[in-house]
Design a protein around this ligand. Structure first.
Ligand SMILES: NC(=O)c1ccc[n+]([C@@H]2O[C@H](COP(=O)([O-])OP(=O)(O)OC[C@H]3O[C@@H](n4cnc5c(N)ncnc54)[C@H](OP(=O)(O)O)[C@@H]3O)[C@@H](O)[C@H]2O)c1
Length: 257
């Protein structure tokens, strides 16, 4: 199965940077209309301005929202849907990492990771699903992480937040099974963006462009669940579950060194 994004109306959260920004670029190249959402609206706007001039036939809409504030999320989804004249695909990608080890005085950061990655994903999913259910059509894409497969030392809160995203997507997928509504959950490995540029060890790193291209490839081929890039990350769910905690601890020390 190969799906086409040409003419599709696509909302992307976390579109001011990294994977979201690259996805927006590639979707425009494929002829999609895009609604771009993040807090840094000025950053989106300076990125969008030359593209609007180059592609007058495509909608490039931007809206500011903090995904931790549910009212803002519901409002921006409504505005984006009106600006696009409908909504076909929602890529819920906004996320943060950080905070480090538990019990080291970083509770506010840990709380922000949970608020952004879990409550932000929940509010965004609720908002777009209300629209998709009313039309009995649409595609929700949730961006999780390979960190969801096992709690990583130094990133336990991030891992927990992404495990919640993956589980949310899994449940939602079963809820809409047999209907025209589709759900995809993506598990990126290391993609070179500001979220991880402070790490010294980023195995199998790919550029943001390569990561976004791999995501679109998986979406165009109808994936419901995917690691990105597929290899070697598709081996990780089995491997990390089998590895002893001592080995995980050593690997993670290297990652944070
Ligand atoms: N890069 C990787 O290796 C990797 C691996 C696994 C999973 N991921 C996931 O991929 C997604 C995109 O990350 P990235 O790598 O592209 O990182 P990034 O370049 O730091 O981008 C993160 C995006 O999320 C937005 N965001 C953060 N907090 C937000 C909030 N409260 N409200 C609205 N938007 C918010 C940011 O926009 P503003 O700051 O302008 O709001 C930004 O556009 C994240 O969910 C991340 O967990 C990335």
């Amino acid at each position: 199965m190969t799906l086409s994004f040409a003419g599709s109306k696509v909302l992307i959260t976390g579109a001011s940077s990294g994977i979201g920004q690259e996805l927006a670029d590639l979707l425009l190249e494929r002829g999609a209309h895009v609604a771009l959402v993040a807090r840094r609206i000025a950053t989106i706007e300076s990125w969008a301005a030359p593209r609007r001039a180059a592609r007058p036939q495509q909608v490039i809409w931007s809206g500011a929202a903090d995904v931790t504030v549910a009212e803002q999320v519901f409002q921006v989804v409504e505005q984006a849907t009106a600006a696009l004249g409908g909504l076909d695909v929602a890529i819920l990608n906004a996320g943060i990492a950080g905070g480090g080890m538990l019990g080291c005085g970083q509770y506010p950061l840990h709380e922000q990771v949970i608020r952004t990655n879990v409550l932000g994903a929940l509010a965004s999913t609720e908002a777009v699903m209300a629209h998709f259910r009313s039309r009995n059509q649409g595609h929700v894409v949730l961006v999780s992480s390979v960190a969801a497969f096992r709690g990583l030392p130094g990133s336990a809160v991030y891992s927990a937040s992404k495990a919640a995203v993956s589980t949310l997507a899994q449940g939602l997928r079963a809820e809409v099974w047999g209907t025209p509504i589709r759900v995809t959950v993506l598990h990126p490995g290391y993609i070179d963006t500001p979220i991880n540029q402070n790490l010294t060890w980023r195995p199998f790193l790919v550029s943001a462009r390569q990561g976004a291209a791999a995501i679109l490839y998986r979406l165009e081929h109808g994936a419901g669940w995917a690691t990105v890039p597929r290899w070697p990350w598709a081996l990780v769910p089995c491997m990390v579950r089998l590895l002893p905690t001592a080995v995980m601890a050593r690997m993670s020390r290297r990652r944070m060194a």
